[in-house]
Ligand binder design. Structure first.
Ligand SMILES: NC(=O)c1ccc[n+]([C@@H]2O[C@H](COP(=O)([O-])OP(=O)(O)OC[C@H]3O[C@@H](n4cnc5c(N)ncnc54)[C@H](OP(=O)(O)O)[C@@H]3O)[C@@H](O)[C@H]2O)c1
Length: 224
């Protein structure tokens, strides 16, 4: 297996890379990083070195994104609106997902990659209806712009014709993998989930054909 990972320098994306490199047989993992030194050394050294390729670049750069996607079979997209390392004093962007996703989709079409696993968020798209009414104003106040960015991202993926699963996690926690979580098309409650468990689901979707067949074309919510 050959995985292309976007958003693999931290959070869910980094957890995915770590768990993928623990698989037997080890897949090859190629990831895009604006700051390659952020990718932990143990993922680039020793036994992992032969399996890990870090391509330096920004999601907005088609040439760099093409280099990550070319020759892979599965793309993992776990982008967030983190600050630019080149411009740390600027405000956080609000359009990383909607600007970056078409670049990734172009590369997938060019290189005929037919499996996309994208991490967005509970509350995006039709899952907004599952958010309890009393908390909606608070959520919208704090992360409305991010949800809008991901709404556009999800529509871009659905319109692309590329087979996809969009995972919509609840509030993310830095906690060990439990392997115990709920995944359903609609979960009408607030919930949290470990980043490592979101990565666990992504690994299963990437490697287990039955899991993929169960969710392809769908947008499941995931909470603990
Ligand atoms: N926080 C929550 O509670 C929550 C809840 C539900 C869903 N989510 C969503 O779940 C996903 C994963 O979240 P997370 O907190 O684990 O990860 P995150 O901290 O949001 O990481 C975002 C990743 O995107 C990369 N990235 C951002 N802009 C980029 C660019 N221009 N070019 C290349 N890479 C870029 C970052 O790389 P750099 O290292 O270069 O910044 C980083 O690897 C995100 O979509 C997030 O919005 C979050």
């Amino acid at each position: 297996m050959k995985f292309a990972v976007f958003g693999g320098t931290q959070g869910v994306g980094l957890e995915f890379v770590k768990q993928a490199l623990d698989l037997d047989p080890k897949p090859s993992v190629r990831l895009l990083a604006r700051t390659p030194s952020k990718v932990p050394a143990e993922l680039r050294e020793n036994a992992n070195a032969a399996f890990t390729t870090v391509v330096e670049g920004d999601i907005r750069n088609q040439e760099a994104v093409d280099r990550v996607v070319e020759g892979t079979n599965v793309v993992i997209l776990s982008l967030g609106n983190t600050k630019s390392p080149q411009n740390p004093d600027a405000m956080r962007p609000v359009d990383t997902c909607s600007v970056g996703t078409p670049v990734v989709l172009n590369a997938m079409k060019k290189h005929n990659v037919q499996k996309l696993i994208c991490v967005t968020s509970a509350g995006v798209g039709d899952s907004w209806a599952d958010v309890p009414w009393w908390i909606k104003p608070v959520i919208w106040y704090f992360i409305g712009a991010a949800l809008k960015d991901k709404d556009i991202q999800e529509q871009q993926i659905k319109d692309s014709g590329i087979p996809f699963v969009i995972v919509r996690p609840g509030g993310l926690q830095n906690a060990p993998k439990t392997g115990v979580y709920r995944v359903a098309e609609h979960i009408a409650e607030l919930g949290r989930v470990a980043r490592a468990d979101v990565a666990d689901l992504c690994v299963k979707l990437a490697t287990d054909e039955a899991e993929w067949a169960n969710w392809v074309g769908k947008t499941p919510t995931q909470i603990a």
